[in-house]
Design a protein around this ligand. Structure first.
Ligand code: HPA
Length: 264
């Protein structure tokens, strides 16, 4: 059952245009530019949507956008909130519930992440095949977390699209931590032992909430930097933002092809 808070949020959103679509995207740090690939956009600031959590982090512009990728309608959450900002888990995943209430049957979650492997270089896109929820919190409170939230069939389709369009795409496991500090080199060595390929501070809760709600969910990381200790140099937030801009083109190509294919 859709609760009153969701109904109020949806009613307010619908006053501003026809925000409905089967496919939705959530854009992570530095990836907000993707909305420029859309046509006929309607935009609504998260801060103007009652009940919607608003991010305080640089690189998250915080808008709900409706538009078209080619002829396919999509909903885009440009920006997200993180647990480390002081929001509850319910607030972190509220935008996923709203996307579902606006019609989303498939949600593509994107993020910026640090690479834990030397052969996955900054600027690579990585399809998340599984994740480690290392945040110590979960929407699956007192229940086992699902073994696999990303449907193997969809993972296969994404790889085929990337191959066909000649878009380099790595595959890997994403370790979700709370942040907001970047990890120590020792923590990254630990994650490597645990077979993680990338590390970040988002996505795991949204992915599980979407799965729990029966939404088909996909995760794509944009590897913006080598994680701490992989190279002999410190990392900084500016580097994360800058690399996000560089992979913009491949990212837009992949998402466009993916959305076209999912809409068929
Ligand atoms: N660690 C955690 N989160 C991140 C990183 C990182 O190296 N890069 C982008 N998000």
């Amino acid at each position: 059952m859709i609760n009153k808070m969701i109904t109020d949020t949806i009613n307010e959103i619908q006053k501003h245009g026809d925000f409905k679509a089967d496919i939705a995207l959530v854009l992570g740090s530095g990836l907000g530019n993707f909305v420029e690939s859309l046509s006929q956009t309607s935009r609504l600031s998260f801060s103007d949507i009652p009940g919607f959590p608003v991010s305080t982090v640089e690189g998250h512009s915080g808008q709900l956008v409706h538009g078209f990728l080619g002829d396919v309608p999509v909903l885009v959450n440009s920006g997200r909130v993180h647990f480390y900002e002081g929001y509850t888990l319910e607030q972190v995943v509220y935008p996923i519930q709203i996307l579902q209430a606006l019609g989303a049957k498939t949600i593509i979650l994107t993020n910026a992440a640090g690479s834990i492997r030397k052969d996955y270089t900054p600027g690579d896109l990585m399809l998340i095949t599984r994740f480690l929820n290392l945040t110590g919190h979960s929407v699956y409170s007192h229940q086992p977390e699902p073994e696999q939230v990303f449907d193997p069939h969809i993972l296969e389709i994404v790889q085929q699209i990337a191959n066909k369009k000649d878009i380099p795409l790595k595959l890997g496991s994403y370790a979700g931590l709370n942040g907001p500090s970047y990890e120590t080199p020792a923590e990254i060595r630990f994650l490597r032992l645990k077979k993680a390929d990338a590390v970040g501070m988002s996505t795991v809760h949204e992915a599980m909430a979407a799965f729990q709600a029966g939404i088909q969910v996909l995760g794509i990381s944009c590897l913006t930097n080598y994680a701490a200790g992989i190279l002999d140099q410190p990392l900084n937030h500016a580097e994360v933002m800058e690399t996000g801009q560089r992979v913009r083109e491949d990212f837009a190509k992949l998402l466009t092809a993916l959305v076209q294919s999912l809409s068929r």
